[in-house]
Design a protein around this ligand. Sequence first.
Ligand SMILES: C[C@@H](CNC(N)=O)C(=O)O
Ligand SMILES: [Zn+2]
Ligand SMILES: [Zn+2]
Ligand SMILES: [Zn+2]
Length: 510
Amino acid sequence: ISCSTSEPQGFCAVGYESDCGLSSEKILIKGGTVVNAHRKEVADVYIEDGIVVSVRPNIKVGDHVKIIDATGKYVMPGGIDPHTHLEMEFMGTVTIDDFFTGQAAALAGGTTMHIDFVIPVNGNLSAGFESYMNKAKKAVMDYGFHMAITKWDEGVSKDMELMVNEHGINSFKFFMAYKGSLMIRDELLLQGLQKCKSLGAIAMVHAENGDAVAEGQKRMIDLGITGPEGHALSRPPVLEGEATARAIRLANFVNTPLYVVHVMSIDAMEEIAKARKAGQRVIGEPVASGLILDDSWLWHPDYTTAAKYVMSPPIRTSGHDKALQAALSTGVLQLVGTDHCAFNSTQKALGSEDFRKIPNGVNGIEERMHLIWDKMVESGQMTVTDYVRVTSTECAKVFNIYPRKGAILEGSDADIIILNPNASFKIAAASHHSRSDTNVYEGTKGKGKVEVTISQGRVVYEDGKLKVTPGSGRYIRMPPFGYLFDGIEKADAAYFASLNAPIQRTKSAA
Ligand SMILES: C[C@@H](CNC(N)=O)C(=O)O
Ligand SMILES: [Zn+2]
Ligand SMILES: [Zn+2]
Ligand SMILES: [Zn+2]
């Protein structure tokens, strides 16, 4: 594959070429089954200048139009991954995939947008935003940002307003774990929830009790358990359930929507189910690893194999995965992320003497669409329209960029995938597009294969080849006050009215 000089850092990423001559293609996708979250239909899709122009049967076009025959295949909105960490400094190293390789991997796997987490620089949000906009200069597809809040003061509170009003950020993540690094305590969480509410921004939590995790880690080390299995044993589901319940209750007390990221256990899922049944606006996001894997790998005798499965909250024992699948297929959990936070085997070896030093995170940004198709649709647990909802549409709705994203409707961005249900996929580090030398889904095979990916109206993946251009990715601003905020003020008004009802009290006799 020819390496054009425009590739950043001079490296040559084998398997794809970047062509500079970006033509705004005219594309007609013929005869496919077009699937949106609300319906599926056999129809053609005509794309011009990066936008979906029409969706109906038997579209006639002139010449200079690229025709793609999608007969017998599904034409769906490209996946949107709500949870990734590209080029993130963490635990003394930096995630191995950056905005070029991570996004190339995403496109090869049928994901056409992701929302990454900006980590403030020494707690400074603006510095963090600038740093991530820099990282994203090599982007090859559209992306958005959440912002992590790792400390609290007047400056942070002011900066949150700036992020929402100036920079198109509408979600803030609070880590209740990672004591001594990213963790914040309830007092800050409460302030953060109230600030998010006032800004119409979604509060997101990493829900584990960080103090108890630290105790659990000490317990394992004192017992001489220093291997990757110690990671799972040190932070059991009960610690995820406790923090999930606490965050849910505090969000209830503030009366603001809550988004629980990487729901990994039955304990956390059931807290979310209970809150939703009571009418509270809580979004639960399982991730591919928690839906597909179990933690037996952490006991694998080979350290490199075991360490690659270390993430937080931990991948749980067999059974949690099935329960999370059922929760996803029935709407108890609403959308699937990956938490792509990849480290190669050399980086994972940082913890070979002490599991507390193993960089936490697994891959997923390339595998999500295939794994969820095979595990949920091919298995009969989920309809194709629900597949589109959980992999793309719900994310666009929650983060207020629907129907520009997450739909194949006239006027939507032309971010589209064509999936062949009769083809199959096989996952291997040798053929994936991540820079990592390991893959937690190594050897996994399944039915359903994304054969074409169209991003911004251009074919960027076809016949197993990527045609991506660093710098062509766009930052997508996400406005505040998405649908989760509809009606919140009415509930508040009723609440405050109930408080101000005058109480006629007789004077006490004394
Ligand atoms: C740091 C980041 C990714 N790592 C992980 N989940 O283990 C997260 O906690 O979401
Ligand atoms: Zn190259
Ligand atoms: Zn997390
Ligand atoms: Zn994460």
